[in-house]
Ligand binder design. Sequence first.
Ligand SMILES: *Cc1c(COP(=O)(O)O)cnc(C)c1O
Length: 513
Amino acid sequence: MVFRQAKWDEKLLFELGRTGRIGYVPPDPIDGDVELKIPNYLERKEIDLPSLTEMQVVRHFVRLSQMNFSVDTGMYPLGSCTMKYNPKLNDRVASFEKVEFAHPLQHHSTVQGLLSILYDLSMFLAEITGMDEVSLQPAAGAQGEFTGTLIIKKYHEIRGEGDKRKEIIIPDSAHGTNPASAAMADFDVVTVPSDDRGIVDFEKLKTIVGKSTAGMMMTVPNTLGLFERDVLKITELIHQNGALMYYDGANMNAILGRVKPGKLGFDIVHMNLHKTFSTPHGGGGPGAGPVAVKSYLSDFLPVPVLKKTDKGYEWVHSLPHSVGSVKGGYGNVGVLIRAYSYILSLGPEGLKDVSEQAVAASNYLLRRLDAKFFKTDFAEGVPRKHEFVVSARPLAKTGSSALQVAKAILDTGFHAPTVYFPLIVDEALMVEPTESEPVEVIDEFSEILNKIGKDAMENPAIYASAPYNASVGPLDEVKASHPLTLMLNWRKLRGVDRELEGGKADTAKSGRV
Ligand SMILES: *Cc1c(COP(=O)(O)O)cnc(C)c1O
């Protein structure tokens, strides 16, 4: 397939603007109908925004979108991130007026319909995870983890063991947010290694767990796409030692409708609605990472909690051991509504189909990859769940790398898989096709990967400067993420890079965004 991404030399809106240009003008409010008096002290005389016509704005954003890649453009097999197709129906439901224009500070009596949806969503999530109570507040998986680790902390404090229980055990295959969340909640992170089955080394775990253990965080199936066969033994061991089990359910695509973390012995669970339950995500948001707990931890949830009473739905603002609020408002309502719509439109059987097809797609794709280029490190021959990890180590021997394979893929109309994660596999490519892709697309992707593998092995230089046909060429990975070189301010960017029309940009003012 010949693929070429658009390359517009698109100016910033600030550079496109000309004094006096206007777009849509809202009609004056009818006298007496709407009171539009902005108090003097809030009124700004100069707001320094660009003046543009509607067409300029439309072209600007359409051009930018053409230089982007999304799951609406092509397959996005970014392992662990679950970039499945997001049905447009969910967007439509989330854009209903009564949802879109509700304000978080409105009196609860005026938003009973919306609250009933949020309440029902909590019930669905409790049912899916096998837990008792749910908080929809956290705005991301990482924030759900942070909330969960705060609950673990408070639980031990209430029992008078806060000083002793300082450690959280985390497998070496875990997502990086797990140790980060535990550290933010002021725990010491103890890593438990994986064995040659690619799952938690149970014998090692037995030597690690003890009186200083506060809890353990686990992802099942883990990031290698392998089901943790010893999970029941593990939750029992941790509980025997007085600690709590945390389930990282960021990605539930393999277990949806089949396995309930609550039944596996987990005390706290978070889910990423933006992954499994289908909301467009990436680039920093938006997300929703609800936390579910067993009944004995329900008093620890963030406040406010939504309750159903005889008089309707209302917020309860105090709980005996609440860890406090982690986000304002009701959480990310737009994401919550999409998840609700997704769950209702699929129904219980549909959700079961999701996990079946996600797992079938991942195993089918893995089987089609040529092991001469892409090797499975752990548990050779054992079926994977919703995702798998292969190592491009055979290519590294000839001077190529997983990074080059990923860059080469960008020239083919597909997105690259996750690379160099999990850390226990070198030259890792972590692939998650999801349930959305038809078989012919997965066939095509596997052919592309095998071809790139073959080319890279024969001639390692061939992809050295890839991508060639994407909107931007290879990026300097360090520069692109370093706080000193990142430019989030257009004046700073232009002041350094290029002269603005009408004089050099005023870099002295570059503190303004
Ligand atoms: C994505 C992911 C997270 C973090 O979720 P965010 O919403 O990005 O904060 C945590 N754990 C696993 C396994 C994940 O895949």
